[in-house]
Design a protein around this ligand. Structure first.
Ligand code: IMP
Ligand code: MG
Length: 186
């Protein structure tokens, strides 16, 4: 990363989604999820680290009895081309049999990681598995996977903030935005 980068909101070319717009959407997703799971219990699974911010906000808009857990995976292969083969760095400790799982993701891109993860969780006999993603880049999809709940469909631009990182920074920004090109070109 160039030393021109301040690693703050100043490095954004423009804000794509403001904190207010995100909050409104997250509340709406929470209402839909709560209605769809009425009478059931939910296990929300956050895929570290990007979805932590979204998970923290979303879970407070879910009104059915819920628990949470976290998984951490790392992709093999280069950082730009996701191979679809992932290594489980941190797994879930509890038995998933008969549980209603909701995978919580920050962004659905090629879908390689999630497609693998969904298969892996499915093999543990849950009652159901659904996927909620705050952002969806459908133009980038390579794997056969669709989210059940999508916050925003976005163009193929690299975005940061609200949990999403570039080189591990910017996750703490309250807005989601596109970075200035000169930050990459170094
Ligand atoms: P994929 O769907 O397997 O290609 O990988 C999705 C992951 O790539 C996400 O969980 C993010 O960590 C990362 N990612 C994809 N697009 C972006 C972006 O625009 N900004 C930040 N991270 C991204
Ligand atoms: Mg990430």
């Amino acid at each position: 990363m160039t030393d021109k980068a301040t690693k703050t909101e100043q490095d954004l070319l423009h804000v794509m989604l403001t904190a207010e717009e995100i909050a409104e959407k997250v509340a709406e997703l929470g209402r839909r999820i709560s209605a769809d799971y009425a009478g059931k219990e939910l296990l929300m699974i956050s895929v570290l680290k990007g979805s932590v911010v979204f998970m923290a906000d979303l879970m407070r808009h879910v009104t059915v009895p819920s628990s949470i857990d976290f998984m951490s995976v790392s992709s093999y292969g280069s950082s730009t081309v996701s191979s679809g083969v992932v290594k489980i760095v941190k797994d879930i400790d509890i038995d998933l049999a008969g549980k209603h799982l909701l995978i919580v993701e920050d962004i659905l891109d090629s879908g390689a990681t999630l497609s693998y993860l969904k298969q892996l969780l499915n093999d543990r006999s849950p009652a159901s598995i659904k996927l909620v993603t705050l952002l969806d880049k459908p133009s980038r999809r390579r794997a056969d996977i669709k989210a059940d709940y999508v916050g925003f469909e976005i163009e193929d631009e690299f975005v940061v903030g609200y949990g999403l990182d570039y080189d591990e920074y910017y996750r703490n920004l309250p807005d989601i935005g596109v970075m200035k090109p000169e930050i990459y070109q170094s």
